[in-house]
Design a protein around this ligand. Structure first.
Ligand SMILES: *Cc1c(COP(=O)(O)O)cnc(C)c1O
Length: 354
């Protein structure tokens, strides 16, 4: 099936065989146990609904996918690929939940992170010597910096270091890290791939049979498994993921041009693709908070990638580092009509100066 476009892969994958009378859409497998002698055995090991979703995800990233209870559960599984106390390189500009998890593990002596600035390519590469893993995201959250992904992957491979890329912000439609040589790709499926802000789920995807086996063993015995209903909702969501992404990205590009001209805004950050934008205000955090309060379509809430447009001031999260400007609002553009999104933004930005 790999000759098809992602729009098609997202729709045709993970369905029952085309037998006369068979269902076109798979069901939700809720049974925790299965008769002896078949492929399925126990619900913590395997589940048909998971497999339907995994089939689609694997096609989108060109690898074999495993789903987990959340994005962070997938991150945990990936970190478990290196030995306890293992040294790994990670940028300070990482998802704040990932950063908080790693800080926790470090306190217990489970990992040794080496924190780097992802925008300083030479610094990142120099830090790789003696490390066991390079873990990064690009574009970064919430500054939306774009890393030199191919250079990092090549430098890590030369040193035989595992490369794990969190591809949640880029999505497989804009960047395929496994094809660039990365070992494992992580997604928070909670975001654009499921796309409706109504479930939490994650995935780890790899081309390596050996890593797949290790990730599978982690899931089986750490128990970070997805509920079948969540898996089914994500499968329903992924069918429209390419369409939603195209709409949201098209709208984002239009909004970026208008935001750049808005007198309330001092800086617009946009990686040049995708649905995420970050803005800063001449009037500081006070102006940003006024804008957030004045919006009627944009919802002041965290998370991203849903059909509904969300925005939030990031420094309200106590874990957000002070490298993130006080007034920075991160925007996740949804699928509402772009002119409605703009008129709501325009009036909210106007109230921010009052
Ligand atoms: C949300 C997010 C995660 C964590 O995913 P959860 O599903 O919330 O556990 C990890 N990485 C990135 C980039 C995210 O945006």
């Amino acid at each position: 099936m790999s000759q098809y476009h992602p729009e098609t892969q997202a729709i045709i994958g993970g369905r029952p065989d085309r037998a006369p009378g068979a269902a076109v859409n798979g069901g939700i497998q809720l049974s925790s146990t299965f008769y002896v002698g078949g492929e399925n055995n126990y619900g913590r090991y395997n589940n048909e609904t998971w497999q339907d979703l995994e089939a689609v995800l694997g096609k989108l990233e060109n690898g074999q996918a495993l789903i987990y209870a959340s994005g962070l559960a997938a991150v945990t599984a990936a970190l478990d690929l290196i030995p306890g106390g293992g040294k790994f390189v990670i940028p300070t500009a990482s998802y704040l939940g990932t950063g908080a998890l790693i800080a926790e593990l470090e306190k217990k002596g489970r990992v040794k992170p080496i924190w780097v600035d992802i925008t300083k390519t030479d610094e990142v590469i120099a830090a790789l010597d003696g490390a066991q893993m390079l873990y990064f995201e690009s574009p970064t959250n919430p500054l939306l910096d774009v890393a030199e992904v191919q250079k990092f992957i090549d430098a890590a491979r030369m040193r035989k270091i595992l490369v794990v890329v969190d591809n949640t912000f880029a999505t497989p439609l804009n960047q395929k890290p496994l094809d660039m040589g990365a070992d494992v790709v992580i997604h928070s499926l909670t975001k654009a791939i499921s796309g409706h802000s109504d479930i939490l789920l994650g995935t780890a995807i790899t081309k390596s049979a050996d890593l797949y086996e290790k990730l599978l063993v982690h899931r089986k015995f750490h128990g970070s498994i997805a509920g079948p209903f969540e898996a089914w909702l994500a499968l329903r969501g992924v069918r429209t993921f390419p369409l939603r992404l195209r709409q949201a990205s098209e709208s984002a590009a239009i909004l970026v041009e208008r935001l750049k001209k808005d007198p309330a805004i001092s800086r617009v950050r946009y990686p040049g693709f995708g649905f995420m934008i970050s803005i800063e205000f001449h009037g500081g955090a006070v102006a940003a908070d006024k804008a957030l309060a004045a919006a009627k379509i944009w919802s002041n809430a965290t998370s991203l990638g849903g059909v509904e447009s969300l925005w939030e001031r990031r420094r309200l999260h106590p874990e957000e580092p002070d490298t993130v400007p006080e007034s920075l609002i991160r925007m996740s553009v949804g699928c509402e009509h772009v002119e409605d999104l703009w008129s709501d933004l325009a009036q909210a930005l106007l109230s921010s100066g009052k």
